[in-house]
Design a protein around this ligand. Sequence first.
Ligand code: SG7
Ligand code: ZN
Length: 225
Amino acid sequence: HNAQWGYKGDLAPEYWAKLDKEYEMCEKGKNQSPIDIAGQKTEASLEYITFYDDARATTFSNNGHTLKVSFARGNIIDFQGKDYSLVQMHFHTPSENRIDGISYEMEAHLVHKNKDGDFAVIAVMFEEAEDTNIVLNKLLRNVPEEKGESNSVRADVYGYDILPEDKEYYTFDGSLTTPPCTEGVKWIVFKNPVKASKNQLEDFRTIMKKNNRPLQDRNGRYILE
Ligand code: SG7
Ligand code: ZN
């Protein structure tokens, strides 16, 4: 069983590598996430990703680190010629990655895995607006407020609906943003944020607290756009 970790006090990100031998990449890694997607980017004429449209959410759970939505199996994206299936979506307040120095109110991570066990994480930024976000509203009706709590999602929530209309993205190599900070994760960050109301963002913030890992060094990594 691995050591406990967190975002403040003795369990804060600066100590992760010391908490458990298994977490050494959090300190030693050279391709860590999150990063500031700023400065030089490489024009790569990226192809649009083919998305699932039938990824129905099943449960909404609170693991003490984040609020996490699980999905039914069989929701596949085609990214760089490989199939990845959506496993879960979870949230960070404030955002972990930044875009041109800008930190957003919240960031959703849609975690995907391919048949070799490699991760691809799609990140969607949230900005505060007058608009109520319909998907977040459906989720918040079944929000698990206490750590360890899990509720079934009693509404039709699809992974696709959380994505921005404009599907332009940045992509780069990185890691899991939590221990064990495993590298070899393909990051796909949408350029355009989606909107959520002040109240909705406040609901997420109140339950999850601050759960963003600080920015990591880019170490010369290429960011494709
Ligand atoms: C959250 O972020 C959880 C983790 C996730 C981790 O703490 O959603 O997932 C589970 C199953 O608890 O770890 C392997 C994995 O998905 C890191 O994910 S992230 O890099 O996208 N932030
Ligand atoms: Zn995450």
